[in-house]
Design a protein. Structure first.
Length: 238
């Protein structure tokens, strides 16, 4: 190889210095200076080759970093778009459920069984008052008491029927409230899940943004090093 030939020539030059006569000191100085120049040129070529290799490695790393940065940018854009879609979906769902709760609260007071329950309770109250009036009349005489007892029995039967109807309506109200409570729990659970998904997506977006900034900084540093090496190579070539 050229490097081995140069080293061999330097060895021959070193040996020739001992074989030449002592009166050729001027020629020896020229040979020694030439040998020094050859050595300096050899090592300069090695340094230049190493610098070029390092520059090529840096350019390859820059290309790889650029590809990775493009990939990270695409992932960040995709996650951002997914995040915006989920935020809009969650917002629409929350608005829908809020409207549903408002409509239910407005309609609850107008439910037929609620209105009927109030009417039944009023009727029971009226019957109880009438019962008290009849009991007072019973004390006035046995004849009136007999008639009043029949009316009381009839009223008690009506009261019993009304109480049973009221009990059924109250059970229906409790069932409806239980169903609404279950629905409210499901709504709250869905909201918490949506918030967890949004939080995780925000963390992923922040992580990818940080990685992209780190890659960009690293790429800028490598480009700076590559530019510095190019300047050195140009200076060496000149």
């Amino acid at each position: 190889s050229p490097a081995i030939d140069k080293k061999a020539s330097w060895t021959i030059l070193d040996q020739s210095l001992f074989l030449r006569p002592t009166h050729l000191t001027g020629l020896d100085s020229v040979v020694a200076e030439r040998k020094a120049v050859e050595r300096q040129r050899y090592f300069s070529e090695e340094a230049l080759a190493a610098a070029r290799g390092h520059c090529e490695d840096l350019e390859a790393q820059i290309a790889a970093s650029h590809g990775e940065n493009v990939k990270l940018t695409q992932e960040v854009d995709a996650l951002q778009e997914d995040l915006e879609t989920k935020v809009l979906g969650n917002r629409a769902y929350s608005e829908k459920m809020a409207a549903h709760r408002k409509r239910f609260e407005e309609a609850e007071s107008k439910f037929p069984f609620v209105v009927e329950l109030a009417r039944k309770r009023a009727a029971v109250q009226q019957l109880m008052e009438k019962k008290e009036e009849l009991l007072a009349s019973l004390r006035e005489g046995e004849e009136e008491a007999t008639v009043g007892q029949d009316e009381i029995s009839c009223l008690q039967s009506e009261i019993k029927v009304l109480k049973e109807a009221v009990g059924e309506k109250e059970n229906a109200v409790r069932d409806e409230k239980s169903r609404q409570a279950t629905l409210q729990k499901e709504i709250e659970l869905q909201r918490k899940r949506s918030e967890a998904v949004l939080k995780r997506l925000r963390c992923q977006v922040n992580t990818l943004e940080l990685e992209r900034r780190q890659w960009r900084l690293k790429m800028q540093q490598m480009e700076g090093e590559a530019e510095e090496l190019r300047k050195r190579l140009q200076a060496t070539d000149e």
